[in-house]
Design a protein around this ligand. Structure first.
Ligand code: SAH
Length: 282
């Protein structure tokens, strides 16, 4: 995941220099930490920084924010340093967070806020999770392993950011989204990154993907009152599932499948996610 110098690369991970130009690099100051998706709209209001007008609205996602110093690789490195200070220890997770350009996944007006530790709106009343919770959940799902997970399922693709991060850390990643236009948006966002080991599905993630087989990692990006049984059944023995659970007072839950008919659950810290909903939309 090293950052190259100024050679444009065709394959992911792209260097930020290939997007912004090294001359755009500037130092940034730490932004306040905001953890609640319900504050996503306020986050925007509080931190809106004017971005240069787009020369051409149909430019590829890779070029959308080419003129903003707030999306430089230095800014993303600073985000990763903050994650380490906040307690993320898994160096592979930190490297993946450094490799994936979060600003690709936001609309141009919000891209300049991509590297503050906040959830932000992505349309359809949904939010991109704050960087800390993305890193934390993936770290817990990996459970201190040194290699890659073999097959991971994500429920709630949203804009596709977290799926792109997970794809750095797993052989195969499948991600399901129930809102069709959101699924299409994720496709559009991810296309320029060319991530060959990531498959997007439109459907109800509560049903999982039984046709694919079992997963050694499952991660939910939306909170249900419980973890759907179908997902527990699709875990491989030894697999780990991480999910927000609850309505108003949500907690992160880690579930490990310890045997054919045996699962162990552990409650971690409080969290705030959009709701897990059944069925599809759009
Ligand atoms: N991982 C995302 C976060 C998206 S927010 C990102 O990086 O942007 C959570 C997403 O879960 C929303 O897009 C919502 O539509 C989706 N969702 C909620 N219930 C779902 C379900 N049953 N199946 C699939 N997606 C679901």
């Amino acid at each position: 995941m090293s950052e190259g110098k100024s050679q444009p690369q065709k394959r992911f991970p792209l260097t930020l220099d290939s997007i912004t130009g090294a001359a755009d690099r500037k130092k940034t100051t730490a932004m306040p930490q905001m953890k609640n998706p319900q504050t996503a709209t306020q986050n925007v209001v509080r931190h809106t920084t004017p971005t240069p007008p787009l020369a051409n609205s149909i430019r590829p996602a890779a070029d959308r924010t080419a003129n903003s110093p707030l999306v430089s690789d230095a800014v993303r490195k600073a985000m990763v340093q903050r994650l380490a200070q906040q307690g993320i220890r898994d160096t592979a997770v930190l490297a993946a967070m450094e490799a994936v350009p979060r600003h690709y996944f936001l609309e141009p007006g919000l891209a300049s806020q991509a590297y503050i530790d906040a959830s932000l709106p992505i349309g359809y009343h949904q939010t991109i999770s704050q960087p800390y919770i993305v890193a934390r959940m993936i770290e817990v799902m990996r459970g201190g392993m040194s290699g890659k997970l073999s097959r991971v399922l994500e429920i709630g693709t949203g804009c596709g950011y977290q799926a792109a991060v997970i794809a750095q850390l797993a052989e195969e990643v499948y991600s399901i989204e129930r809102i069709r236009p959101m699924h299409e948006l994720a496709r559009t966002n991810l296309r320029p990154l060319r991530i060959p080991n990531l498959r997007l599905h439109y459907g109800d993630g509560m049903l999982g993907l039984p046709q694919v087989g079992s997963f050694d990692g499952i991660i939910l990006a939306a909170a249900g009152l419980d973890v759907p049984q179908a997902l527990l059944d699709q875990m491989s023995v030894g697999g780990r599932l991480i999910a927000p659970v609850g309505q108003r007072n949500q907690v992160l839950k880690l579930i490990c499948r310890t045997g054919r008919n045996e699962w162990m659950a552990e409650t971690l810290e409080p969290c705030h996610f959009v709701p897990l909903k059944p069925g599809t939309f759009g």
